[in-house]
Design a protein around this ligand. Structure first.
Ligand SMILES: Cc1cc2nc3c(=O)[nH]c(=O)nc-3n(C[C@H](O)[C@H](O)[C@H](O)COP(=O)(O)O)c2cc1C
Ligand code: SF4
Length: 376
C-alpha cells in the first residue's frame, strides 16, 4: 500500500476523474485540500445520488461498503482529516444499512472518526455546497461561492467532497488495480436495463451489448442523466465512453447514466418530463432558477401536449442560452444544457409540435425515462 502522499501522486498519474458528475481530477482535489488543511480537514463521501436514472452509488454502498469506507479512510489520511462523514440518500435504505453494518464491524480499527448522515430527498441535496450546508445548518441549500467546500466547508474546515464511487476507485488504485473501469446505469430501450461495470475503453455499442442489446431501434441517447445531454445515436455509437473522448465531442457521462430513447418515443415528451422534474427541484432561492426553470418547464409541457402558444419554440431557443451561470449552483446550467441538446437533437420534433403534430408513433413509451429498478 503506498504512503498517503505517494497515493495522491498515484491518483494523479492514473488520471482518476470524479464519478459524481463533473469528472474533476481526484488527485488534484486531494492535493488542494491537503495543502490547506493542516490536519483539520473533513472528508465528505457523497452518496446522496439524487439523479433519477442512476443507481450506481446506492448499489456500490449496498454491495461493497468496505471498499467505500477504505477509500474514505485513505482520503482522510492523505488530506489530513480526523473526521469522515458518509452522506447517504435517505431513500437508499440497503446502502445505509450496509454502511452502518460495515462501520460497526470495524469500529475498533478506524483511524478517523466516521459517521453516517442521511441526505434529504431532492436533486440538489447532493450538490457539494448543499451537502455542506445541510451538515452545518440542517438545510440542504446550495450556498453562494466562494468559498468552496475545499476552502471552508463542514464546521468551517477544508472539506474534501468526493463521490463514493470515486473513493472506491481510489481504494482500488491503492491496491494496484487500474482505474480503467466504471459503473454505468443503463436504461430505456435495452433488453436488460440496470447497472453495468464497464471498461472505459468500451464504446456505446459495447455498453448496449452488455445491457442485453437494444430492445428496439434507438434514435438518441441521454448521456449523464437529467443534467446531461441528448446525443443522436449515430454520433456516439462507436465512441469510447471514457471522459476525455466524450469531452472532445462536447459530451459528458456525468454520474454514469446512459438512457436509450427508442425511435418511436417522442423526444419532446421525454424532455418535457425531465424539465418538469428539474423545475420542481429548484432550491427556490435564485430568481433565474426558480422562475426561469418554471417558465421553461411550462413551455415544453405545452409543446409536448401539442397545445403551444404561438412563440413557444422561439422562446425556448432564446431561454436555453440565458440560464447558465445565473444561479448560486449549477442546477440551471445543467437544465439549460439538457434543453439546448434537446432543441438540437429533436429539432424536427419540436418544429412539428409547434405545429400541433407529433412525428412519433408513441408519445409516452412505457420504458421511456422510467428510473431503472433500484436495489433500495
Ligand atoms: C444539482 C447537483 C446535484 C448533485 N448531486 C450529486 C450527487 O447526488 N452525488 C454526487 O456525488 N455528486 C453530486 N453532484 C456533484 C457534487 O457537487 C460534487 O461535484 C461531487 O460530489 C464531487 O465528487 P467527485 O469529484 O468524486 O465527482 C451534484 C451537483 C449538482 C450541481
Ligand atoms: S441555482 Fe437553483 S438550485 Fe441552485 S441554489 Fe439557486 S435556486 Fe437553488
Amino acid at each position: 500500500m503506498p504512503s498517503s502522499r505517494h497515493l495522491i501522486g498515484e491518483l494523479e498519474s492514473a488520471n482518476l476523474l470524479g464519478r459524481g458528475g463533473a469528472a474533476f481530477p481526484v488527485g488534484r482535489k486531494w492535493r488542494a485540500v491537503a495543502e490547506r488543511a493542516s490536519g483539520r480537514a473533513v472528508v465528505l463521501a457523497n452518496g446522496a445520488e439524487g439523479e433519477p436514472l442512476s443507481l450506481k452509488d446506492r448499489t456500490l454502498m449496498a454491495t461493497r461498503p468496505h471498499l467505500v469506507i477504505d477509500g474514505a479512510l485513505l482520503a482522510a489520511e492523505a488530506v489530513g482529516a480526523p473526521d469522515i462523514i458518509i452522506y447517504v440518500g435517505a431513500k437508499h435504505r440497503a446502502a445505509e444499512a450496509a454502511i452502518r453494518g460495515a462501520l460497526a464491524e470495524r469500529s475498533n480499527q478506524l483511524r478517523s472518526r466516521v459517521r453516517m448522515m442521511s441526505a434529504p430527498d431532492g436533486y440538489v441535496a447532493g450538490e457539494e455546497s448543499a451537502a455542506v450546508h445541510f451538515i452545518n445548518a440542517g438545510d440542504a441549500r446550495p450556498t453562494t461561492t466562494p468559498p468552496r467546500p475545499f476552502e471552508r466547508g463542514v464546521d468551517g474546515r477544508p472539506t474534501l467532497v468526493q463521490n463514493v464511487e470515486s473513493l472506491a476507485m481510489a481504494a482500488q488504485i491503492a491496491r494496484g488495480i487500474d482505474a480503467n473501469t466504471g459503473l454505468v446505469t443503463v436504461s430505456g430501450a435495452v433488453r436488460k436495463p440496470g447497472l453495468q461495470e464497464i471498461d472505459l475503453g468500451w464504446t456505446f455499442s459495447d455498453v448496449a451489448a452488455a445491457a442485453g442489446g437494444l430492445a428496439r431501434p434507438v434514435q438518441a441517447v441521454l448521456l449523464g442523466g437529467y443534467f446531461g445531454a441528448w446525443a443522436p445515436v449515430d454520433e456516439v455509437w462507436a465512441l469510447p465512453i471514457a471522459a476525455p473522448s466524450l469531452r472532445a465531442r462536447g459530451f459528458t457521462l456525468g454520474c454514469g447514466v446512459v438512457h436509450a430513447l427508442s425511435e418511436d418515443a417522442c423526444g419532446v415528451d421525454a424532455t418535457a418530463r425531465i424539465m418538469a422534474y428539474l423545475a420542481s427541484q429548484s432550491a427556490r432561492q435564485c430568481g433565474p432558477c426558480l422562475f426561469g426553470l418554471h417558465a421553461i418547464g411550462e413551455c415544453v409541457r405545452r409543446l409536448a401536449a401539442r397545445s403551444p402558444q404561438a412563440s413557444d419554440l422561439d422562446r425556448l431557443s432564446r431561454w436555453s442560452g440565458q440560464l447558465a451561470g445565473r444561479g448560486a449552483c449549477k442546477h440551471p446550467d445543467g437544465a439549460a444544457g439538457l434543453l439546448g441538446s434537446a432543441l438540437s437533437v429533436f429539432a424536427d420534433d419540436f418544429a412539428a409540435h409547434q405545429q400541433r403534430r407529433c412525428l412519433r408513433r408513441s408519445t409516452s413509451h412505457p420504458a421511456s425515462l422510467q428510473p431503472v429498478a433500484a436495489v433500495a
